[in-house]
Design a protein around this ligand. Sequence first.
Ligand code: ACO
Length: 153
Amino acid sequence: MEGLQIELVENGREMPMDLLLLADPSAEMISEYIHDCRVFIASLNGAMVACYALLPIDEILMEIKNIAVAERYQGKGIGALLIKDAIETAKNLGYKKIRIGTGNSSIGQLQLYQKLGFIQREVIKGFFQKNYPEPIVENGIECVDMIVLERNV
Ligand code: ACO
């Protein structure tokens, strides 16, 4: 997308919490992983429109822990661009694989990730019921399990 700039959030700089909370409704969960992540912010004409957070799992595997596009900018291809950027970043850092986890109720996200070459690898049963105090309902479906998808970079 023309004019979209993606930049690493430097150490010690403020995290884009409003965006991160769109992808993960628990500030507590976010605080547990975000400081171990490389966080990238995408801006359009100076306005922050999206972000993603990468967490190294081991020497070969990187995880997209959080990805979010501000509501009014969704559905314009920014999410897909960010995932491609995350794959490229993981590759440039020497990782071989990248994974992403999402809820069983996140139908659009599951479509997006699979269209970009991610393949379902694991189901973490009851993840959302166990880790989130309030039930999460999306698309009329209760979010219960985490679906983990992976691809080579
Ligand atoms: N319903 C149906 N399909 C969707 C949806 C949706 N809500 N969202 C994305 N898609 C699919 C479509 O296949 C679309 O392809 P198309 O344009 O050819 O129809 C494809 O994704 C690409 O869409 P983009 O425009 O690139 O997606 P967007 O810029 O909206 O970013 C994202 C996707 C990041 C999921 C965004 O909608 C968002 O921030 N949502 C709220 C937060 C969220 O759910 N984040 C992911 C949680 S999982 C995690 O963080 C690890």
